[in-house]
Design a protein around this ligand. Structure first.
Ligand code: AHR
Length: 512
């Protein structure tokens, strides 16, 4: 009898030990800044099978397609409400000569993709194919133009080709190639990673290059361009300082790149085979992006206190070893619940800095690094990261609502700590409040109480993304292993909102 009682007590009390407590207080009345939808931007480079095979199979392919774009990928991407798409690189951008990618396919010259595995690029996906894709997706194009190996004239003519509606030489050439109306592209990058693959320049030199190239990127028919300078990598604050000082108001945006990885030398670790310590360490590394954004923003504030220049984090995401058996240099990696957490935590951070952070682009959209979608021939699967973007899309252009979070910290190895709870809230134009939550703890659930100042909530519903193991991922054979389902762990009791977050879970709540 005694043994039985002991066992019963142990069973009943187990959930208490396996549970953490946390609280969130949201201040809806203090919400000031819109979360720019452009923070949910994407990136498509001529790299591996991102473009060829991933987005584009060509109109004669046996894979079902619309004008050459694969239907399964198009349909999935439409559901993400992609606000902007950056193209053609990346490092590829500074070796890309846009005139090679227009006109009849058979006349387009081939080139070697020197950055990414020496693959032969046949230029069958060029300016028209990219901009038509953007139209199909209802997304704004962001063209990253060649300032590393291209000429000023080449860049100037690209802008004219794409944006001029008049009787100009480049507009005429575009019409000869089958497109009457200009696309009116607003976002233009002047080079990419100019401190590295984009020319190995010093910041002082690049500042002058930017001033020169951008001068000839003209406004056509009132379409004022949003010009983006090639920005710093991670912790290179000097690059930001020099560009702010020497370019200043001549740029509309300054980019920044930050990858969550174990390091640039040697192995970056397996995308799927990692242990608990490695999981927490990576979350700690991912959270460091907040300090990086803050420090670059502080430098920008010094030169631009009115925050007219946007910080554009136009490459971010996880970077692991390439999958065994795939082509070196093609950066094809799997995507697990750990990647989903990196996406969820990073997006929650971005929302806090939207007064300065005006755009972010996860790298990359299909088949490269932390992608939304993986394809293999005619097969495709959505990744856990896709599901986070789909769940979080409710924040696009909504007003960010400040909050205080009180929760335990988990030790992540070294000096790193990972808060057990990551959260963000926003209110959309209809007055609906959305809260995104992540319980980073692998083992323990979290009993979270949520207070909303001066706000009456009548109804709460939600969805959850979780899986038995943090290493879980979707495969072509089992594409539905990790996917969001309806969430019933949020309860309204006497106007109070209590949420029980299972271990390793990501949740979106809708409050009306
Ligand atoms: O996204 C892959 C590469 O990472 C990009 O081409 C480059 O800009 C960065 O180093």
């Amino acid at each position: 009898m005694r043994t039985l009682l002991f066992c019963l007590t142990a069973i009943l009390s187990f959930p208490l030990f396996a549970q953490r407590e946390a609280s969130i207080r949201i201040y809806p009345e203090n919400g000031k800044h819109p979360i720019s939808k452009h923070i949910y931007g994407h990136f498509a480079e001529h790299l591996g099978t991102c473009i060829y095979g991933g987005l584009w199979v060509g109109p004669t392919s046996g894979i079902p397609n619309t004008q050459g774009y694969r239907n399964d990928v198009l349909e999935a991407l439409k559901k993400l409400q992609i606000p902007n798409l950056r193209w053609p690189g990346g490092c590829f951008a500074d070796e890309y000569h846009w005139m090679d990618g227009i006109g009849a396919y058979e006349n387009r010259p081939k080139m070697v993709n020197n950055n990414w595995g020496g693959t032969i690029e046949d230029n069958s996906f060029g300016t028209h194919e990219f901009l038509n894709l953007c139209e199909l997706l209802g997304t704004e194009p962001y063209i990253s133009a060649n300032a590393g190996s291209g000429t000023v004239e080449e860049m100037a003519k690209w802008v004219e080709y794409v944006n001029s509606d008049g009787d100009s030489p480049m507009a005429r050439l575009r019409r000869e190639n089958g497109r009457d109306k200009a696309w009116k592209v607003k976002f233009w990058g002047v080079g990419n990673e100019s401190w590295g693959c984009g020319g190995n320049m010093r910041p002082e030199y690049y500042a002058d290059i930017y001033r020169r190239y951008s001068t000839y990127c003209r406004t056509y028919d009132g379409n004022r361009l949003f010009k983006i300078a090639s920005g710093a990598s991670d912790y290179d604050y000097n690059w930001t300082e020099v560009l702010m000082k020497n370019i200043g108001g001549r740029m509309d945006g300054l980019s920044l790149h930050y990858y969550t990885t174990t390091g640039w030398n040697g192995s970056k670790g397996s995308a799927t085979g990692f242990n608990t310590d490695e999981y927490y360490w990576i979350l700690g590394k991912c959270l460091e992006i907040e300090e990086v954004i803050r420090k670059h923003s502080e430098i920008m504030d010094k030169y631009d206190p009115e925050k007219k220049i946007g910080l554009m984090l136009d490459e971010w995401g996880t970077w692991w070893d390439e999958e065994p058996g795939t082509i070196r240099g093609h950066l094809f990696q799997q995507n697990t619940m750990r990647d989903a957490f990196v996406a969820a935590l990073t997006l929650n951070i971005f929302h806090k800095y939207t007064d300065r952070l005006k755009m972010a682009n996860i790298a990359q959209i299909v088949n490269v690094l932390q992608s939304m979608i993986l394809t293999d021939g005619s097969k495709m699967t959505l990744t856990p990261t896709y599901h986070v973007f789909e769940m979080y899309k409710v924040h696009q252009d909504a007003t960010h609502l400040p909050m205080d979070i009180s929760c335990e910290k988990l030790v992540a190895g070294g000096n790193r700590e990972v808060p057990a709870i990551s959260a963000s809230a926003s209110r959309n134009a209809e007055g609906t409040i959305h809260i995104t939550l992540a319980n980073t703890d692998i083992d323990k659930s979290n009993n979270l109480s949520v207070t909303l100042d001066n706000t009456t909530i009548k109804n709460v519903s939600g969805r959850i993304l979780t899986s038995p193991s943090i290493n879980d991922h979707n495969t072509f054979e089992n594409p539905g292993k990790v996917k969001p389902v309806s969430f019933s762990g949020a309860k309204l009791e006497k106007g109070k909102l209590n949420v029980t977050l299972p271990p390793k879970s990501i949740v979106v709540l809708e409050l009306k």
